[in-house]
Design a protein. Structure first.
Length: 109
């Protein structure tokens, strides 16, 4: 079943989809970093949807996911992807168009 896409930026919210495979250490670190990132850096609410590709492997092809974990954000400027554990706040902020705050400590992978 494909997740239902909602309009990007609905009510100023950041809609994020994190593609994972089960509960691997890298996928868990990416999720932990994403939650902390949203709490510490986002200037508006974030909605995180976690999609386990082991439960629906066909999504990997249809969503063009080539590595995991992968974060996808649909914006008015297009679709943006970040691959990895999301440990680099500057990369995440730059991709999402937000300002990074000092003192970021990523979760261990």
């Amino acid at each position: 079943m494909k997740p239902r896409a909602e309009p990007p930026g609905d009510k100023g919210r950041i809609d994020l989809r994190l593609y994972v495979t089960d509960r691997t250490p890298r996928c868990l670190a990416a999720y932990d970093n994403l939650v902390r990132f949203c709490e510490e850096h986002a200037d508006r609410p974030c909605r995180i949807t976690v999609i386990d590709l082991l439960k629906d492997p066909g999504l990997a092809r249809s969503e063009q996911i080539t590595a995991i974990p992968t974060l996808v954000c649909e914006t008015t400027g297009g679709r943006k992807k970040i691959i990895g554990t999301l440990a680099d706040a500057k990369t995440v902020c730059a991709t999402l168009g937000l300002a990074a705050k000092a003192g970021w400590e990523p979760a261990p992978a």
